[in-house]
Design a protein. Structure first.
Lengths: 505, 486
């Protein structure tokens, strides 16, 4: 039995991961996610990563199916049609009294049926591999072939055919309206055109006032239809009977599907643009307690969006954690891509837990149950209350985290003397290791990088040349305290050789 | 229906070098003389003159129409007045029409326009009935035949009935179809020839005048169906107006020719309808330059020549001897011939040409001849880009902005190339080396003219046959200016 396109069953929908305040903002995903959310009726999924491996696999399979262009086009069109119908359909869930209401009722029923029919017609079932979509299609077909629905389709077709055959004329006098069946009276417009055709030379664009917009009083329309009904009594009676018979004709699961599938579709649309620009996405293998973890060719999704406009691509980076390794400590020159690396790490895990393909070519990740970030407050205060605030935030993270938590820490203790920073940083590392969480810590305190078998030291690299060039590559490597100062000197043309050369001219 | 008095291909597109021609051949003064202050004529003259014909039959077609106009001046001017009245009235209407806010308003404006236009068509019909027999040119005969065929009694009968329909005296009959969901769609106006009895025993909905939302709805319905007819209706009015507009424009050109001829006649200057000859025959008796013919100069001297078989005419000789004036008159008369216009000469004959190109030294250039060669060559390059073989190319003191040897060589090569590709060349030059070289070739296709200078140094402003002259007699001028006697 089909439950939902988001969850394989009711139990799996019950629990989702904890995401700390500002986490999405800190890891740079909030803009991208809200851009996608704006195009969805119900974007809740984007903000509720699952803790259940079964759910991830359920969704990944659906995503893989939707990567097929034909399937995607089909589901997309169906989703759009059904979503736009939703409010409309609900408004006619009762018996229609007037002819104007009958028009709306019939229209809703027809559009609902048409959307379903178009969707299922020549459906390429063989392309569907996922349980979610297979169950949904089974449910949809069952719904379509239910006797009530079949009867309604037949009734709609019959009514439609008969209504389309109705042609009538209104005689409009200043004081009254009359209605009669059409009697082949000639068209005034074609009379004008045929009489003056002899003067026509080239098609000249005639300026003319367009018809006024909307604002038709439904009462007159109703009166006109009532007058017309006198000439077509049987048809109009059938029409009323139809509306009385089919009041609540929609299938709720189908309507909900149409809303929920759009999150998948919009995410695929989003990454498609980046794929077209040559970037890779992959479906990570997910485990709740993996032996080792890695990501190859990962990048920051938001940065990729941002620089795609300038026809540039982000520099891909890898990471791996195996054995006891849990925490990656990033050091190296400023502007070298350290924060981007931290974001990439966090985004990969978060997106994986949504069941989405993630930036990268191959990955094996942990399915986390809590997501924490500790980034510099936007306004740093110099009076020391900044440090207090930092420590409070850190404490709440450490209190709540466990061995399935993900923690990203960026430039903590940057505003305190190096000895203090070293001390505080060391205490923090001890706690993180003790809790067993995975994470990234970006810091300028080199000692933190070699804290034991649980830490991995990586550095952002700079290439030396005439002008210093950031490679934005992050490599495993012990910290090198000189990198920052040297690169700055190089950039300013103040290295020994450069300065000598300049002064010798 | 199409007015075909000018019989030129549509659309009238000015030749590429029209603005240059206008200046170099002083055509503005011609168009002013034609228009007599009537802007319609000026515009029409510019349209016609800026896109000369190339087919001799088309030229003769216009010449015939022109002769009809000459013989029936009063009638043609009357016809012009009918068309002019319609167009002027419609231009006023455009002001009101432009402000049409609603479909109903536009509908009414169009209906009123059609009323006036159909009356004006009646006037045309009457004019043809009274006068058609007097006209003999193909152009006018085709025009009247067109009216006979299209503006017959049935047309006017139907038009009157339609105008009656458009006023909805018997109510508005609206056709409606239902869509598959029972919605009214395809609302359109129908012709109402219904008898009242058909409607007498049918249910009706009484409209309560005080109910504003009902009124709005009815108004909305009327607007919608009228709007459905508006494009056709104002399109029809516009089409008929445009017919009158083209009648007016085409007649305006001929009226302009009549005005111009009257002006010349007042001044006692001869003009003629030129002969369109076979290739290479070019002959004139007292050909005048336009500016001189129109202005009030006392001393008027025309040129006479027989240049049959000549494809390249080199004009040399005294400064201020009338060489440039002569060159201009060649260009003017060629262009006017191509437009089917009269030419300011007692007799004139020339072949048609594919195009007319001028490469003149501009007034502003005359002072500073240095460093201009590149500019001159660029202009020539442009001409070459556009030139169609069989054209007439006029050069006035071209390629003098370098030394004589180089200038002569450049000019010689250009002339040769032009001649060998079937063009006619007229060149005023004081590049003596050029003239001499060409003269020595002894080619019968070349003619050499000089500005006449009497032995006492006086210029007659006559262009006569003569050998290339090594001097422009600038010394004469110097002497004259400084009052030194020879």
């Amino acid at each position: 039995m089909f439950f939902s396109i988001l969850f394989p069953n009711a139990e799996s929908a019950e629990k989702s991961a904890v995401v700390s305040d500002k986490f999405l903002h800190d890891i740079g995903l909030s803009d991208t996610l809200s851009a996608i959310a704006r195009q969805c009726t119900d974007p809740t999924l984007l903000y509720t990563p699952t803790v259940n491996k079964e759910v991830v696999e359920y969704r990944q399979a659906i995503m893989k199916d939707l990567e097929d262009d034909e399937l995607r086009r089909r589901f997309d069109r169906f989703s759009r049609r059904m979503t736009s119908l939703q409010g409309f359909v609900c408004s006619v869930c009762q018996e229609s009294k007037t002819y104007v209401e009958c028009v709306r009722h019939l229209s809703a029923a027809r559009q609902y049926i048409e959307a379903l029919r178009e969707f299922t017609l020549n459906f390429p079932y063989e392309k569907i591999k996922s349980d979610g979509l297979r169950l949904f299609m089974w449910q949809t077909n069952a719904c379509m072939s239910a006797p009530d629905m079949v009867r309604m389709q037949i009734d709609i077709m019959k009514l439609q055919r008969e209504l389309q055959a109705v042609d009538y004329v209104i005689l409009m006098h200043p004081d009254k309206l009359q209605v009669r069946p059409f009697d082949s009276q000639p068209d005034l417009k074609s009379n004008i055109e045929s009489l003056f055709d002899r003067f026509k030379r080239d098609t000249v664009d005639v300026p003319f006032s367009p018809p006024p917009a909307g604002n038709q009083d439904q009462r007159i329309e109703n009166e006109v239809l009532t007058l017309a009904a006198e000439h077509y009594p049987e048809l109009f009676a059938n029409w009323r009977a139809f509306c009385a018979k089919y009041t609540d004709f929609t299938n709720k699961a189908v309507l909900r599907f149409a809303v929920e599938i759009s999150v998948y579709l919009r995410y695929i649309d989003h990454i498609d643009k980046l794929k077209a620009a040559g970037l890779s996405f992959c479906y990570p293998e997910i485990e709740e307690h993996p032996e080792s973890m890695f990501l190859r060719g990962g990048f920051d999704l938001t940065l990729a969006d941002y620089i795609a406009g300038q026809e540039k691509q982000p520099v891909p980076n890898d990471f791996s954690l195996s054995g006891q390794e849990r925490i990656i400590v990033v050091t190296g020159p400023n502007q070298g891509g350290k924060t981007t690396f931290a974001r990439m790490f966090a985004q990969a895990h978060y997106l994986a837990a949504l069941g989405f393909p993630i930036p990268g070519s191959d990955a094996h990740l942990m399915l986390c149950d809590r997501y924490f970030s500790h980034f510099p407050a936007s306004q740093s205060t110099a009076d020391g209350s900044g440090l207090r605030d930092e420590l409070l935030r850190l404490k709440s993270i450490l209190d709540e985290s466990g061995n399935r938590s993900l923690v990203v820490i960026n430039e903590i203790f940057a505003a305190v003397p190096i000895n203090d920073a070293s001390f505080l940083g060391s205490r923090m590392m001890e706690s993180l290791i003790q809790k067993g969480c995975i994470g990234v810590c970006v810091t300028f305190v080199d000692e933190l990088a070699e804290f034991g078998p649980q830490t991995v030291s990586v550095m952002s690299e700079a290439e030396e040349g005439d002008i210093i060039r950031r490679t934005y590559r992050i490599r495993r490597r012990p910290p090198d305290g000189n990198a920052l100062a040297l690169s700055l000197a190089e950039a300013n043309g103040l290295t020994y050789e450069r300065l000598k050369a300049r002064l010798s001219k | 229906m199409k007015v075909n008095l000018l019989n030129s291909g549509e659309p009238h597109k000015p030749v590429w070098n029209w603005e240059t021609l206008k200046v170099d051949l002083a055509l503005d003064s011609l168009m002013k003389a034609m228009s007599h202050g009537d802007d319609t004529i000026y515009k029409s003259a510019e349209t016609v003159i800026s896109s000369p014909l190339t087919d001799p039959d088309a030229v003769r077609y216009r010449q015939e129409v022109l002769e009809d106009c000459i013989h029936n001046k009063g009638l043609v001017r009357n016809l012009y007045k009918i068309a002019s009245a319609v167009v002027m009235r419609q231009d006023e209407k455009d002001l009101i029409y432009g402000a049409a806010q609603t479909a109903s308003h536009q509908f009414d404006v169009s209906r009123k326009r059609l009323r006036l236009l159909i009356d004006a068509l009646g006037e045309l019909k009457k004019f043809a009935g009274d006068n058609a027999a007097i006209f003999s040119s193909n152009g006018f005969r085709r025009l009247f035949a067109d009216w006979d065929e299209n503006l017959d009694a049935v047309f006017f009968e139907k038009a009157e009935d339609l105008l009656k329909q458009l006023s909805f005296e018997r109510g508005m009959l609206i056709g409606v179809s239902l869509s598959g969901i029972g919605q009214s769609t395809g609302q359109r106006l129908l012709v109402n020839h219904e008898s009242d009895s058909k409607w007498s025993c049918i249910g009706s909905f009484a409209i309560v005048p005080a109910d504003s939302s009902v009124e709005d709805d009815l108004l909305y319905r009327q607007e919608t169906v009228k709007s459905g007819c508006n494009r056709s209706l104002s399109g029809a009015a516009l089409d008929i107006e445009n017919y009158f507009r083209s009648l007016l424009q085409e007649l305006a050109f001929y009226i302009g020719c009549l005005n111009f001829m009257e002006l010349l006649a007042e001044r006692g200057i001869s003009f003629c309808i030129p002969d369109v000859t076979a290739d290479g025959e070019r002959k004139a008796e007292t050909l005048f330059e336009l500016g001189i013919a129109i202005s009030d100069q006392a001393e008027i001297i025309g040129s006479s020549f027989d240049l049959n078989g000549k494809h390249c005419v080199i004009i040399t000789g005294a400064d201020l001897g009338g060489k440039s004036t002569f060159l201009r008159s060649i260009g003017q008369s060629q262009l006017m011939l191509l437009c089917g216009m009269p030419v300011v000469a007692r007799y004139y004959s020339a072949p048609v040409a594919a195009g007319i190109y001028t490469h003149f030294l501009r007034e502003e250039d005359k002072a500073m001849k240095n460093g201009k060669l590149n500019e001159e060559l660029t202009r020539m390059n442009c001409i070459a880009d556009h030139l169609t073989p069989g054209s007439v190319v006029l050069f006035d003191e071209s390629f003098c902005s370098t030394n004589e040897r180089e200038g002569s060589e450049i000019a010689r090569q250009i002339i040769k190339a032009l001649l060998e590709t079937g063009n006619d060349v007229f060149m005023v030059t004081h590049l003596y080396r050029l003239a001499k070289t060409l003269y020595d070739e002894n080619d019968p296709a070349f003619a050499f003219l000089i500005a006449e200078r009497l032995s006492d140094g006086r210029r007659t402003k006559r262009i006569i046959s003569g050998l290339p002259q090594p001097t422009g007699y600038g010394k004469d001028l110097y002497n004259e200016v400084f009052g030194i006697q020879c």
